[in-house]
Design a protein around this ligand. Structure first.
Ligand SMILES: [Zn+2]
Length: 484
């Protein structure tokens, strides 16, 4: 044998070992067992739970960016309804209000010194284009097994469910081990001050929750590559947000004799640069935990990728960059071009032109470094880059603590003992981000099972909820509270 035969044999042996490592790691990447502790869920009047939500939906609690457009009468109407809908809550819980709209109920537990729980939601909603709806958005219509209306999914359902669960348990003579707070805001959709003020109150009073639960993921299907069965996604962090405006000013002029590099051309070049140099790819903790949980339930090809990220990270990055969408949003700071403005006349070169981007910041980025990256990438000192609004990514919550186990077990008790429960990174903003100041146990889970069509109707037309989902939501809160 010649020397090169030895070389070929050695290379083949290496390749075999390499492939064996990948295959062995893939085969060992098996689903983890989920603990399940059965909870005795008390019975409740299903019709009453549905009617309560129906009444809440009839209040037109729309939040506007311009607060003077808000109809305060409708907000007052909703608040005035609550004592009759949830009598036991009002008879047994202490109520504090903040700025008129934020409500904080305290249900005292047997032990009032430690481990309180905060169940959050908001009762304001986004506006509607009424003529595009098949049923009126504020009449509380029930048709074909669904309750129609703005806010049914986002998130009057959890507002009603948490109140109804507390009301039911009080009627059953139940007292939680630890204090339970119900914390509601009436301005979440416009980033109002309600949740901020409640957090301030907790901070001033040294209250450190062991569990904070707000809207977020849900029980959903077809959201992870290669996983067909429904999974419950629990957000353990949310991305930050940044609105940025890019402006160019010139002398303007008539379009009949244009000079090169006019404002719109300069801004277009900036767009192309920003799109072709996406932010750095990072697998943050929530995403790593999601891959490690759901990847184990995926098909063989994806399992191989998620079990061997040391090798396939680059491939995943490439696919995410190329396809964009949800996977890409989990892996990096995203930049969406949302607005552009130029001149008013078709034959006028604009003296001032601008574009804006809406960005969602990955947990490993922040407003400052993201801004620096934008300026560096645009690389044009004629373009003014200004931050219009910004929020840093939230704190990342722990999953190795009792708070997370309570949520997980409540999900298994409500839906299915074997349902997949996974941490994930929420790409939208919610009120819960304020709670990072006082707790590392903040979880984002909207207690609902949703089809993709239903998910798409949130903030859109024809928002409606299946009656069965309303009942499940109440069951979930009962299951949570029974463990607190
Ligand atoms: Zn919401």
């Amino acid at each position: 044998m010649f020397w090169y035969h030895y070389l070929i044999i050695s290379l083949c042996a290496l390749l075999v070992v390499f492939l064996a490592v990948i295959i062995i790691r893939t085969l060992a990447f098996k689903p983890k067992t989920q603990d399940y502790v059965p909870i005795d869920l008390v019975d409740f009047d299903h019709d009453k739970a549905i009617t309560a939500l129906q009444e809440i939906v009839k209040c037109k609690t729309i939040s506007h960016e311009d607060a003077s457009l808000d109809d305060e009468v409708e907000f007052d109407k909703l608040i005035a309804l609550l004592p009759s809908l949830y009598k036991n809550v009002y008879a047994n819980c202490e109520l504090k209000t903040f700025d008129g709209r934020a409500l904080l109920f305290k249900w005292a537990g047997k032990n009032s010194t430690s481990n309180p729980t905060v169940l959050m939601s908001h009762y304001d909603v986004v506006s509607v284009v009424e003529e595009d709806w098949d049923e009126p958005p504020f009449d509380g219509v029930i048709k074909d097994g669904c309750l129609w209306g703005r806010g049914t999914l986002d998130t009057k359902v959890t507002f009603n469910a948490s109140l109804f669960a507390v009301d039911t348990l009080i009627a059953n003579g139940f007292t939680p081990e630890n204090d339970i707070y119900l914390a509601f805001s009436g301005g979440e959709e416009v980033n109002g001050v309600g949740a901020k003020n409640i957090v301030k109150y907790f901070k001033e009073n040294g209250i450190e929750p062991k569990l904070v639960l707000d809207e977020g993921g849900g029980v959903v299907e077809n959201v992870f590559p290669g996983v067909k069965k429904p999974c419950a996604l629990v957000g353990i962090a949310e991305k930050g947000m940044m609105n940025v405006k890019y402006t160019v000013k010139t002398q303007g002029g008539h379009a009949s004799a244009p000079k090169p590099n006019s404002p719109i051309v300069a801004l277009s070049k900036a767009c192309v640069k920003l799109e072709s140099s996406p932010f750095k790819y990072h697998i943050s903790k929530p995403v790593a935990e999601m891959f490690d949980t759901l990847g184990r339930h995926s098909n063989f090809v994806y399992k191989m990728i998620f079990a061997n990220l040391w090798l396939f990270k680059g491939l995943l990055n490439m696919l995410a960059k190329k396809n964009g969408g949800e996977m890409n949003a989990l892996l990096r700071t995203t930049v969406a071009f949302t607005q552009a403005s130029g001149s008013k006349g078709v034959n006028v070169i604009p003296p001032i032109a601008s574009i804006t981007t809406n960005m969602r910041l990955n947990p490993l980025d922040n407003v400052d470094n993201a801004y620096d990256y934008l300026v560096k990438t645009v690389d044009n000192d004629k373009i003014d880059v200004t931050i219009l609004a910004s929020t840093n990514p939230s704190r990342i919550s722990r999953t190795d603590v009792m708070g997370y186990d309570i949520v997980k077990n409540a999900i298994s008790n409500t839906w299915d003992k074997d349902i997949l429960v996974s941490p994930y990174l929420m790409v939208q903003c919610s009120d819960s981000r304020h709670y990072g100041e006082i707790s590392d146990r903040v979880y984002r889970f909207s207690a609902m099972d949703l089809t993709s069509e239903e998910r798409a109707s949130i903030h859109g037309n024809n928002e409606k909820i299946r009656l069965e989902a309303i009942i499940n939501s109440v069951k979930f809160y009962i299951a949570v509270i029974k463990q607190c």
